[in-house]
Design a protein around this ligand. Structure first.
Ligand code: CAA
Length: 383
């Protein structure tokens, strides 16, 4: 069977940005705790007319301008900040993107692991019908309670990936290491807008899941650690990925230095957590910054609280660097800065609602959430 993997990838984030020094000053915390202790500098904050659907559709629209829509038979939308308990976020995106009706559209959820569930499902679909292509969208708004420990790790972002046979960017290899464990480290009950978090437990659960998934990966014949050239670990905040890498080095006894994860962390420092998208924002960050990866193997660790995790690998294809350069990327300096009061007001006013209301027109992204009419969510192009 020919290679299957990521043919194209595009990331997007939210309209606003908050500098974490402002949050540190407000909370009377040493700014170094956020910059060094958590490894985060800024966080993306959605405008009132943005959500997981608008960010995901914006990322996908940019990708589809390059790839076209021919052969796309499925749209798999991964999110844990979904906008409806029944209708898939992907159905809204499907219309915004002008996809034909002959598409299998569904939403996947398992905390931050959902993006990987979508990617692996897409690979399975392409393996069955190699001429089909699958659009995977991972998109989330990571929002915690104001003044909670998780607040400085908030963020928002989306990644769209086109999965196909003979991919231009990264071949995903068949071996995966898996680990599921029922643990209450982070979850969001149906009647809450923000998650319930046991932060300490979540860090331990993540690290335990990493070694468990790694051991399964090796038992199934996955590459020895010495044959993996770069690593991207799920990034709720970049320090967590550093902890993961150190744990893997200790567990394997291998000399895998922090230099092997550095390029994958750069965007997350500026964006914050993006849950399902976070691992793939990291992959995008690496592919855009390092042009020496052709033929190299990348190890990817996906963790979703609750918990489900997977360690898998991809081999970078020749020509990827030119493709990434031609595609361009996010302009993170173009985000509109918020002061602390504006950020807190936005945070307080966001959250689930289903009563009819128009949404203020703020975002300059390609798509916006116009409001609720007849109890239905209305999305539209901004231009
Ligand atoms: N200068 C430099 N570093 C400082 C510092 C200073 N002045 N003050 C503190 N630090 C360091 C601490 O030493 C600590 O470093 P280590 O982790 O290396 O020990 C770091 O800053 C954080 O300090 P605390 O542990 O005191 O931070 P906290 O308790 O206030 O919050 C957290 C940390 C619990 C992870 C919190 O951010 C949180 O609840 N986050 C949400 C949950 C999360 O992201 N969990 C990660 C695993 S779960 C997952 O991955 C799924 C997901 O996406 C949510």
């Amino acid at each position: 069977m020919s290679a299957i993997g990521i043919h194209d990838i595009h990331a997007a984030t939210a309209h606003h940005v908050l500098d974490l020094d402002l949050l540190a000053a407000h909370r009377d915390v040493d700014p170094a705790k956020y910059r060094l202790g958590l490894g985060q500098d800024r966080m993306s904050v959605p405008a009132p007319d943005e959500d997981a659907v608008t960010m995901g559709a914006s990322a996908a629209a940019a990708l589809l301008r390059r790839t076209g829509t021919d052969g796309i038979r499925a749209l798999l939308f991964a999110t844990e900040s979904g906008v409806d308990q029944s209708k898939a976020a992907g159905v809204y995106a499907h219309r915004l993107l002008g996809l034909p009706p002959q598409v299998r559209t569904a939403e996947l959820k398992q905390a931050c692991y959902g993006g990987t569930a979508a990617l692996q499902t897409a690979i399975g679909l392409v393996a069955r019908n190699p001429d089909d292509r699958v659009l995977v969208i991972a998109s989330d708004v990571a929002r915690y309670a104001l003044d909670s420990p998780g607040e400085p790790t908030q963020g928002a972002g989306a990644v769209a990936m086109l999965v196909s046979a003979d991919p231009a960017l990264v071949e995903i290899e068949p071996v995966s290491g898996l680990s599921t464990a029922d643990v209450d480290d982070f979850w969001r009950p149906n009647d809450r807008d923000v998650p319930v978090v046991d932060g300490r437990l979540s860090v331990d659960a993540y690290l335990d899941a990493l070694t468990s998934a790694w051991d399964d990966f090796r038992a199934r014949g996955g590459a020895d650690v010495s044959r993996i050239d770069r690593f991207v670990h799920h990034q709720p905040y970049t320090k967590m990925a550093r902890k993961a890498h150190a744990r893997l080095a200790e567990h394997t006894g291998a000399g895998i230095g922090a230099d092997l994860i550095e390029d994958g962390l750069a965007d997350n420092r500026q964006i914050g957590n993006s849950y399902t998208a976070s691992l793939y924002l990291g992959l995008c960050s690496l592919l855009r910054r390092d042009d020496s990866l052709a033929g190299k193997r990348i190890g990817l660790f996906s963790y979703g609280s609750g918990s489900v995790s997977e360690f898998f690998t991809g081999v970078v294809r020749p020509g990827y660097a030119d493709a990434m350069r031609a595609a361009g990327g996010m302009d993170l300096d173009a985000r509109a800065p918020l002061d602390l009061d504006a950020y807190r007001a936005l945070h307080a006013s966001s959250g689930a609602r289903s009563d009819d209301a128009e949404t203020p027109r703020v975002t300059t992204a390609p798509f916006r959430f116009a409001g609720v009419r007849g109890r239905a969510r209305v999305y539209e192009a901004t231009a």
